[in-house]
Design a protein. Sequence first.
Length: 417
Amino acid sequence: MLSHDVKDLSLAAQGRKRIDWAGNDMPVLRSIRERFEKEQPLRGQRIAACLHVTTETANLLITLKAGGAEVSVCASNPLSTQDDVAAALAEMGIGSYCIKGEDNETYYKHINQALDIKPTITMDDGADTVGVIHSERRDLIPHIIAGTEETTTGVIRLKAMAADGVLAYPIIAINDADTKHLFDNRYGTGQSTLDGILRATNILLAGRTVAVAGYGWCGKGVAMRAKGHGANVIVTEIDPTKAIEAVMDGFRVMPMDEAAKIADVFITVTGCKDVLVGRHFENMKDGAIVCNSGHFNVEIDIPALEKLGAKKQAREYVDEYTMPNGKRVYLLGEGRLINLASAEGHPASVMDMSFANQALCSEWLATNHSTLQKGVYPVPEEIDKNVAALKLASMNVAIDTLTPEQQKYLASWQEGT
């Protein structure tokens, strides 16, 4: 067994059962793993992954190991680790450094422990590993051939690093693949966010007013699912085009200063900071519920909330803040990703495509990294299309193909209409 730091190794058997259960709903990744076992395309690679340590992630890491890689993992969020999964991974020979609820110091210690394998490939969800490498562990850069990034927030950070000329190696933006953001961000975040809110609170959403901050793919999914539960949905946005889209999708759009006065539940999914701040809390109804499903808890100004009210735990994953006037605001999951803080994250079926992209891009990088300069790159189109085709095949769905004549028609500007 490799070195590890997990909550309790005795949880491994339970974790393995749950990993296998998720694997039943990940047929694309399973087919890749079967090929990897035979071909060993990652032999000689060392992969350090900073991801949400869930049953779905475990199936990805097992696939990478089956392909011949040495693998270590740490959490990309202090509250997203499933401790039984972390234990099972340790027993399966994957360096596992993650404990649910770890403090900030332990969080970064675990990142450094995962990096101690001197990775050739990094795999991030939020770019924290890349940040540590560039600030504290620059000695590792000569070993690293490339990396991947799973989520919107991380891609934003990496593109900023590339624009500033400080990004030291090429990284593929997994998030930008069609088979990732169109499904994982929309259907995965939509379902799992509502799942997390309901597990934490057990409230009825029907008839309540829900404010969704941000109408990117994650916000679209959350708004759609909240509407499906019978909620009256408000969207807040800074992008006029996305705001028009939200209006035409049937949602009310207004500034957060207005939404703060009328919504019962607030869900931030912007990837930005200070989306909900002190003046919003002061104007909220008594009993308002506030949560985040963006990557970092900075979307909610928690220090401002703490200054406004006395804090106590109302129930697990629910903190109650009572203001001097008696008004209460409830913060879920410490402002961290509510779909992972109080629930299990995205369903395995949708993560099947996201993690298939991760596995196939790791294989592609092992062979093609020398063709890339420092910077952020899209998922190769052939990989994106292949993942979609594999997913359709696993669902027993067939589609049409173009005839030679149709291909000629679409390729020529001279064909008659």
